[in-house]
Design a binder for this molecule. Sequence first.
Ligand SMILES: [Zn+2]
Length: 308
Amino acid sequence: MNRVPDLPMRFLSLLFVFPLLAFAAPRTEHVFVISFDGGNPTIIQQAEMPNFKRLASEGACTWKARTILPSKTLPSHTAMLTGVDIAKHQIDWNDFFPLRGYVKVPTVFELLKAAQPNAATALFCGKIKFRHLWKPGTLDVFNCGSTYGPEPIPASEEKKLVPAQAVAAHAVPYILEKKPQLCFIHFPDIDSAGHKSGWGSPEQMVAFKVCDQALGQILGAIEKAGLTASSTLILTADHGGSLKNHFNPIPSDTNIPWVVWGKAAKKQHPITKKSIFTHDTAATILWLFDVPLPANFDGEPVLEAFND
Ligand SMILES: [Zn+2]
């Protein structure tokens, strides 16, 4: 009959244990970043994109985040995935040049792996130039229509372009099987249609719709894998576009959407912070995983978007 005196001790021990548990609890378990190449936020709001719009209205959202200058695909995605502007990451070209090797600053995949070696990381893209962001040991999967190992990309594939539906078709089985901690997915179709037919053209509106269907495939995979409650999604773009291009320093070219949805994200929250940049995506990813930001980071986590 010594049980009663035990109770205060148990209560005290709980007081010690619970704060530690709360401190150690991760903000999220999985982060999916989905980039809509050329996703001009004004046109997204007019397009037939029910999945994108649902996440934007249910989560935290701004249509006025900004990319770097010049607003080009590879420099911008490099900023998005390294947390630093072009002056630091130094990828100032926008094609695949194998001899230039990979980016010289750490990527978010690299920083996460360094902090959490067992974290599964993957990059699924529609343009082979993302290969410049592949560094040995930082990505479990680099997929551009097929999964590439450490061997050089064949010269015949240096202009490879993979449509969104095919990118999603490769990402889906990986998500189901590996349940990755950090998964980046890139859909190129909006940009391709914009360069060919113009931003806002009927042909491009079809591409917006197709990319939203690809997003639907990813959302379906996350759901089927049982990850919905434990995942945070970031929907964004590398640049917008107008007429048939996107490199002018004007809002239609440089504004990008920035949506956070899922675990830890505020619900139905219009983000009011005015200066959100594409490199803040990297900082937000690391903050979600409780990985310290390197000292020279330009990006900062968009704390306003989260409940923490
Ligand atoms: Zn682009």
